[in-house]
Design a protein around this ligand. Sequence first.
Ligand code: GLC
Length: 810
Amino acid sequence: MHKKAASLALGLVFSSWLLTAAAAPGPVLPVGAVQAVSIQGQQLRLRTEHAQVEITPYSPTVLRVRIARQALGPDHSYAVVAKPQAAGASISQDAQEIVIRTSGYTARIARQPFAVAVYSPDGKLINRDEPGLGSSWIGEEVATYKSLQEGERFLGLGEKGGSLDRRGSAYSNWNTDAFRYTNETDPLYATIPFYIGVHHGLAYGLFFDNSYRSDFNFGASNRRFASFSAQGGEMDYYLITDPDVAGILRSYTWLTGRMPLPPLWSLGYQQNRYSYMSETDVMRVAHTLREKRIPADGITLDIHYMDQYKVFTWDRQRFPDPAGMAQRLAALGLKLTVIVDPGVKQESGYASFERGLAKDVYVKYPDGSPYSGEVWPGWCFFPDFTAAKGRAWWANEVGAYARAGVAGLWNDMNEISTWGQAMPNNLLFDFDGQPTTHRQARNVYALNMTRASYEGMKAATGQRPFLLTRSGFAGTQRYSALWTGDNTASDSHMLLGVRLLNSLGLSGLAFTGMDIGGFIGSPSQGLYARWMQLGAFTPYFRNHSGYDTKAAEPWTFGEDVLNNVRSYINLRYRLLPYLYAAFHEASSSGLPVMRSLAIDYTHDAHVYARDFENQYLFGPSLLVAPFESTARFGKLYLPAGAWYDFYTDAAHAGGREQLLELAPTRLPVFVKAGAIIPMQSQIQSTAEQPAPTLVLHLYRGEQASSFRYYEDDGSSFAYEQGGYYARSIGMDPARRQISFGAVEGRYDSRFTRVELVLHGFGAAPRLQRDGQELAVTAGSAAMLGEDQPERAAVARVVIDHPRTAFSITY
Ligand code: GLC
């Protein structure tokens, strides 16, 4: 061929390759370059080569990014309850980028191609799209790739096994009945598509609001990006830029809602097994709890209370008089919680099933026939909880339990779990008026079930409902506590449980628990004792065990174990004023009750080390160090500051590792210097009034500290209308002062006096109030109760506590 002709031909080939490249971009479709920008108020709308983008400064610290292939869909979310706030954003643009500035962040939106980068107000890079990858589609699957920062750690993502720091791992979200799960099993029961990134002294939160099956990759099999993707729907994420983890959790729970205050009784010890088979069985357990002086507030009934596992029924042979039984339990200070499963047995003449049919509440195939799946009762239909009529029907059915005196509902099998574990994807769901399939509805099914249960119980009782759920989604905290399903009676599972609860706490869920003692298999005496000790330091404290396992009530492991376990349940009850205040804090700020050390000590590398990652704070100032029941020595890390041994008051300097000798009867617990810990006298149930003296433990520290004391009637919603008693209590070493702020709220404390118990102040500190010397007595304290041989030296003084502010100097 002629040379010129050849180069012409090559040119043609080359330019037609370029043309094809522009027209058909290949199997991965990027968002592409920005082609048009419109600014409406604070909101930015962009048209790009392949997408529509909407960027909203949602608050001064939250930025929302939505990206869709075609037009953006209706703005619908089961997770997010907050409306955008005035963010005070200023928006400017030039040929390269559009810049959004708030007091909390600067977002730079590049045009060629579209990419998001977010900086702190002082110009440090917090998070950015990975150059060259950004956001893209593979078919329906939508993904965003963020640059992995040097040394970046990843926390949260809810109920996920593995390590506290999730760097180097990948996870999927698809609510699954994960019977016999291990540390490596993924996915588990619940989906919380929210994580926290930490690097260079900075932290941010990222919530991906998409309920399709999703995947998160935190630098697994690559060293370039952290990504999140979903098998359908929009790219819709919120980037939270508060500088500390507590602030991020505050914003995240502002977005997705916070736990309403639970009833006080649900913080007490709960006894359960699969199953107590009859009223006789239940009353035997109830009376034994009382005879053996084991404090408890609840008994939980598993599936055998039902007639052939049919939800909303009772087996009248074995439970002839549920309302009478509830009353007999109430007389012993015990509340009744029952299990409910979403599968409704397909059986003509079964009243609840028939009412559901009449109201047309069941999930259907595209051809209009109801879906039938097999679970405990046999073949079942499943209510569509994403439909208002499905929730209303369920809420109404639930009312019957409330009228029988049932106080709590345990929502199980709601992933949805069916035998075979493979629900068809072509099932239709209403999705509150935006019809969709199982692919989008599955992960929010349990959330909407608990929503219906909550509404039903609240309407029927007017009191705070207690709900427990196995499955859930971001926002579940608005309705229900969550427990971690069918765990195994092993040491490693006990510690996995601690990590799961800590991770849930990092993901907006403050009220969580695990089957104490293990569900599958039977624990050794040592493991049972250690797990019960630990259970006393978890938010929801319930002993549960599987069908074919050894009985696991506290008296079934011998006298020594009983005595030890009882002393920890006793302690839990004396700690209730402290714990209730921690629950109140969670309900008002989103800070969990069980706090991974990553919350308060985010930038201390020690807290992520294998040896220390299970440690946590229970409430603001009790550090718990969980170890295997078989370990005789354990490595402990106390973060910066000074600490006291909970049992002896021995001083421990923080900021260093140490080796601990472990005793099987003692759970290692340490108290942060400066701690203010209100306790009460021993009671057997929250139905019992404690003695009128509040016991306030004050641990001397070098730094000023404070505690917000909170109390209310523990059962009604009156606190929402000012029916509470709250005051701040502070210690200021510089001014040598203990101060009580003025009481807020209209409620009167049930405690008419306060006993100050001073730790670390010496045997006879001189205390003065209004210039008057107070009568201080030297003594000792056994924090675990009278059985404890070790004693801490303390000084005590009893004071009255008017509602007005006052202070004491030392
Ligand atoms: C599920 C639950 C378990 C319960 C059992 C029977 O396995 O996770 O807690 O005991 O069903 O209802």
